[in-house]
Ligand binder design. Structure first.
Ligand SMILES: NC(=O)c1ccc[n+]([C@@H]2O[C@H](COP(=O)([O-])OP(=O)(O)OC[C@H]3O[C@@H](n4cnc5c(N)ncnc54)[C@H](OP(=O)(O)O)[C@@H]3O)[C@@H](O)[C@H]2O)c1
Length: 269
């Protein structure tokens, strides 16, 4: 990629936004919120029927079936965005999986799949989208999670994937700045999408009330409109749901930090 001088990002009218994981709770809420604000969408998911349904609900959107386990998934996304709109301004990666339980009980294959889906796949995909994002001086949004900031027992591998993605984002924010690409690392607390009810492995820990996905989507859309913002930390969502986030203090075993100090968020994913 040929570096270009960095410039303040422009806010583009009707940007072309690809949402990876648009069939999921957060991906779908983000897709609808951005469509409401005028974005032209490229929706992706693994299930063709679910994706068709979503696309029909957002007329004018394009779609691409892809699995993050496929190293070439990004090529399909680039082809779909180029064919439909000739550009890509924003890549939102809202795909991901979770697993619970002590590491000792977690099968190797679960750890491997968590990293493949939550870290490796997103980086494979982003690599292939970089030329389009450079051409548009665009933005990539990665959904990490609060556990990147506050890792939790019983969620070691999941926390590690989210911390890894967040670390990659911090490095990429600097690495890609000269190419004019912004990287926005989003770390929401537990949100009511049902993700925790379908873990790859383990059983659901005690969870406090989650955030409303629509509110999380609005907060992300607002952050996208702030050209200089590179992060939405868990605390940034507190402004929207102060009671719930402030009340999420946790107790030992159900969720303490390794030091034994209470942390915010046994319920965080
Ligand atoms: N919900 C929360 O409490 C919370 C909090 C913080 C961060 N997050 C993060 O936010 C992201 C979205 O979570 P969510 O709550 O919206 O979960 P969700 O409702 O379960 O949606 C997950 C999405 O990821 C897609 N996906 C899973 N594996 C994939 C793969 N191998 N390739 C491509 N797509 C794949 C799913 O596609 P299919 O429909 O094909 O399965 C679905 O669209 C995740 O990264 C999650 O870790 C969630």
């Amino acid at each position: 990629m040929c570096p270009v001088p960095s410039e303040p990002q422009r806010i583009i009218e009707n940007p072309v936004v690809a949402v990876v994981g648009a069939t999921g709770g957060l991906g779908w809420a983000i897709s609808r919120e951005l469509a409401r604000r005028g974005a032209r969408l490229v929706l992706t998911g693994r299930d063709p029927a679910a994706l068709r349904e979503r696309s029909e609900e957002l007329p004018g959107s394009a779609s691409a079936v892809l699995d993050l386990h496929d190293p070439d998934a990004g090529d399909r996304l680039v082809a779909a965005a180029t064919a439909a709109f000739g550009r890509l301004d924003v890549l939102v990666n809202a795909a991901g999986i979770v697993a619970f339980g002590p590491l000792a009980d977690t099968p190797d294959v679960v750890i491997e799949e968590l990293f493949l889906t939550n870290v490796i796949g997103p980086l494979w995909l982003l690599r292939r989208c970089l030329p389009l994002l450079q051409a548009s001086q665009g933005t990539v949004v990665h959904l990490s999670a609060v556990v990147a900031e506050q890792p939790l027992p019983g969620m070691a591998a999941y926390s590690a994937t989210k911390a890894a993605l967040s670390a990659a984002d911090a490095a990429l924010a600097r690495e890609l700045r000269r190419a004019g690409i912004r990287v926005l690392d989003v770390r929401p607390p537990h949100t009511n999408t049902g993700l925790h009810e379908r873990p790859l492995h383990g059983s659901v820990p005690r969870l406090a009330k989650g955030l409303d996905p629509e509110m999380v989507a609005r907060t992300i859309a607002d952050a996208l409109a702030e050209p200089k913002r590179l992060q939405l930390a868990a605390a940034d969502f507190a402004a929207e749901a102060p009671d719930r986030v402030a009340s999420e203090r946790i107790t030992p075993e159900r969720g303490t930090s390794p030091s034994g100090q209470s942390t915010q968020g046994v319920s965080h994913e």
